[in-house]
Structures are given as structure tokens and as C-alpha cells.
Design a protein around this ligand. Structure first.
Ligand SMILES: Cc1ncc(COP(=O)(O)O)c(C=O)c1O
Length: 418
């Protein structure tokens, strides 16, 4: 038995297939079935990997030891995964990796906690304030306060945070493109604190890549890069060696590193993507240069998201019930074209209804209401754009029902169809 995790993917083994269509049968969804659009589960990638992915085998004798690397700042980080991470960023041009340290964790959510620890552990002051501009990713307050740490505590909206002489210790989390509203954000607190940049969605399928990110601590996640959320692999690119060492220490004490199987799988997936694009030369990798582009991961994902966003926008403008965030055009260095964002979530505003989450609930679409993102206005709710095609299609048909009818009429229509 051989482990393909340790060798280059064989181009001859790639399976060809048609790109994801949008014409999926939605009849099997009963009107009372629940559409789970409240979570950001990236199963939109599943058909792609089913068609184009190549198999990988990890034999039972492989990765038995706790430790692997002799080269990295932690013996729990696989050298070959770090090499692939660097290659991926080089191809995409979305982050500076030269003279940086890479820390690997169980998803970017563990790395966020590692970064909070690293930035606060040597601070003698009362707990550091953790802030983020709202609407902020709903996990930030939960994760920050989960263990009721003495090192840091959630302090809410970064815009409201006023550093004063006796209250200036803070850590700001900046997320771009932002979950839930897809906007590009910058740090807003002008004090002497640390900043964590969460760039889970800074990939060309979601937003134009305008320049390589170059921050003190930058978090990325396999889940939004290629859809492999279940592998639980994230990485941080860190400027300062001491911060990287403290983050690695947190991961060592928290989970004794990350599964080596997961690291091998992540490296295998990345190697596949790197191989695809390096065969095409260097960036820009134009969007419409040939029929084989649909076999390329970023092109395929970008296409699928662009299609979904067009469908949702067409629906929204055909009525007056909903509005959506607009995104500016920007030059994407990866595609070499001026493109716009197609975020993983739509930040839907219900124009005629007091509570958007409640309205969507009435047609069995679960969404995440604005209150979870620090916003008091219940007219906003977040829906996933990266759910399965089947669920997306049903969600659209239910939104269409709502769009041109009063809530009561719409419910009547759904009831009649049962
Ligand atoms: C902004 C943001 N950061 C981090 C995460 C967590 O990613 P991971 O699955 O790598 O823990 C998510 C997941 O949806 C996210 O939306």
C-alpha cells in the first residue's frame, strides 16, 4: 500500500466531469423540510471534489508517533504541510509568508484562542479587552468568554472602544471579507494593543485578491479554502517568533498538536490545487480562458458562487421585500480581472418586516439573526451561500414566494402545496 499523501498527485489520475449545474431536483424537499442556512457549512465544494479529487490512502503504519517535524517551531507541525501552505499562498498571492512563522491548529477557531492567549499571557494588567467591529462573526464573543479567562474578556464593538490611560489594553479581531456582511475591514482601535486578522474568506472565490495580506497574526482555514471543514485544519501566519512560540505552546497543551492524519489530508488537497495552477504558469489565471478552467478549484468555486449570487440578486430586485449588500468592483491579481465579491454569506435585509430571522423561519429557512453578530436591528439576518445546491435551490424558491406576497399569503401557498 502506498500513501499518496507523500507524493505529488498524478495528473493522469484526475477524473474529468461536468461542473456543478444549477438545475438540481428540489422536488424531494417537502414544504415543511427545514433548510439549514444558519451555519456556514461549505458543502458547496462537495460535487467538485467528487468529480475532480484524487483518492488518498493513509496506511495504518503511517503517522503513529505523536511527533513528526524536526524543522518547525513545534514538533507537532508537519514540514510537508507547511511547504504546501507556503506554495498555496504564493500561487494565490493573498498573504506574505517570507520570513514568517506558520502555526497549525485544529481549525482557525483553535488558532484564534491560541492568539488570544499569546497576546495576553505576559500582560500584567486586568483582563485585556477583546473587540471587533460589528457586525462581527458570532463565534468571537462566545469563544472569548467561554473559559472566563483572567487574561482577556469580550468587550464588544471595536468602534465603541475608547482607549483611556487606565483602560487601554485590548486585542482587536479584524475579519475580512467580513462574516456576516462580506465587507473589507481594517483595524479601528488606535491604542497599544494587538490585532488578530481572521482571513478565513480571503480567497479568490469569495472576494477579489487585491494584495498579499501582511499582518502580525493572520488566520486561515482549510474549511473555507477548499471546503474541508471536517478535517479541522487551520493555520496562522505570524511575524513575531515569540508570539508564534506561545501560540504553539497553547496548541501543545490544548490538544497535543493537530491530528497528523488531518495534516496529511490537508497537504494532499493543497498539493493537488498547487499542481493544477502551477501547470498553468503563474498568475493571472484568467477566468474565461478555456473549457478546462472548470476543473480548477478556485475557478470552479468562483463560478458556482457567482451563479448563486446572480440568482439571489435577480430574485431580490424583482420584488421589494429584501435588499442585499452591494460590493465594489476591484482588480483581482489572481484572476487578472476586475471582479466583485461573492461572499459565503448573504446579509439579507427584510425591508417590510420587523424581524428577518422570524420571517425566514415562517417558511422553514433557518438563518442567523442580526443579534448574534452584535447588531440590534432585527431586520437583518445571515443566510449561507455555501450550502448544498439542493438546499440552495429550495431556499431560493421559498424566498421567491416571500418576495412577492405578504407573509400570510405565502404561508397559505406553502400550506396548499403540502
Ligand atoms: C470568520 C470565520 N473565522 C473562523 C471560522 C472557523 O473556521 P474553522 O472551521 O477553521 O475553525 C469561521 C467558520 O465559519 C469563520 O466564518
Amino acid at each position: 500500500m502506498q500513501s499518496s499523501s507523500l507524493s505529488c498527485p498524478n495528473p493522469g489520475g484526475y477524473r474529468e466531469g461536468k461542473p456543478e449545474g444549477i438545475n438540481t431536483d428540489s422536488s424531494s424537499h417537502a414544504p415543511d423540510s427545514i433548510i439549514h442556512a444558519e451555519i456556514g457549512d461549505p458543502v458547496i465544494f462537495e460535487p467538485y471534489w467528487l468529480k475532480y479529487g484524487i483518492d488518498m490512502v493513509i496506511p495504518p503504519w503511517h503517522s503513529i508517533s505523536y511527533v513528526s517535524s524536526q524543522r518547525q517551531i513545534s514538533p507537532f507541525f508537519e514540514d510537508f504541510l507547511i511547504d504546501e501552505i507556503i506554495s498555496v499562498h504564493k500561487i494565490v498571492g493573498n498573504a506574505v509568508t517570507k520570513d514568517r512563522h506558520i502555526v497549525i491548529g485544529a481549525g482557525s477557531i483553535q488558532l484564534l484562542q491560541a492568539a488570544l492567549y499569546a497576546l495576553s499571557v505576559n500582560d500584567q494588567s486586568p483582563p485585556l479587552n477583546v473587540v471587533s467591529s460589528y457586525p462581527f462573526y458570532s463565534a468571537y464573543p462566545v469563544v472569548t468568554n467561554f473559559l472566563q479567562s483572567k487574561l482577556y474578556e469580550w468587550a464588544g464593538d471595536a468602534m465603541d472602544f475608547e482607549p483611556t490611560s487606565n483602560r487601554d489594553g485590548y486585542i482587536e479581531i479584524v475579519n475580512y471579507p467580513n462574516n456576516p456582511d462580506g465587507t473589507i475591514r481594517h483595524a479601528v482601535v488606535n491604542g497599544s494593543g494587538g490585532v488578530i486578522h481572521d482571513l478565513a474568506y480571503y480567497w479568490p472565490q469569495y472576494t477579489p485578491i487585491t494584495s498579499p495580506a501582511d499582518h502580525d497574526i493572520t488566520l486561515f482555514s482549510l474549511s473555507k479554502f477548499s471546503g474541508h471543514a471536517g478535517s479541522r485544519v487551520g493555520w496562522a501566519i505570524v511575524k513575531d517568533l515569540k508570539v508564534a512560540q506561545l501560540m504553539s505552546k497553547y496548541i501543545m497543551h490544548n490538544t497535543i498538536g493537530l491530528s497528523r492524519d488531518a495534516q496529511a489530508r490537508a497537504a494532499h488537497i493543497m498539493r493537488y490545487v498547487v499542481h493544477q495552477y502551477s501547470q498553468k504558469g503563474s498568475a493571472p489565471y484568467r477566468l474565461k480562458t478555456g473549457p478546462d478552467n472548470t476543473t480548477l478549484m478556485f475557478h470552479h468555486a468562483c463560478d458556482a458562487l457567482e451563479h448563486r449570487w446572480k440568482e439571489l440578486r435577480d430574485l431580490v430586485v424583482s420584488g421589494s421585500r429584501f435588499t442585499l449588500q452591494d460590493y465594489p468592483l476591484a482588480f483581482c491579481t489572481f484572476f487578472g480581472e476586475t471582479t466583485t465579491a461573492h461572499p459565503a454569506f448573504a446579509w439579507l435585509k427584510c425591508e417590510q418586516d420587523r424581524d428577518c430571522e422570524e420571517l425566514l423561519n415562517s417558511v422553514n429557512i433557518r438563518s442567523r439573526g442580526a443579534h448574534e453578530f452584535g447588531i440590534l436591528d432585527p431586520q437583518y439576518s445571515r443566510i449561507s451561500m455555501i450550502l448544498s445546491l439542493k438546499e440552495f435551490t429550495v431556499m431560493l424558491s421559498r424566498l421567491a414566494l416571500l418576495n412577492n406576497s405578504s407573509q400570510t399569503n405565502c404561508e397559505m401557498e406553502l400550506t396548499t402545496k403540502r
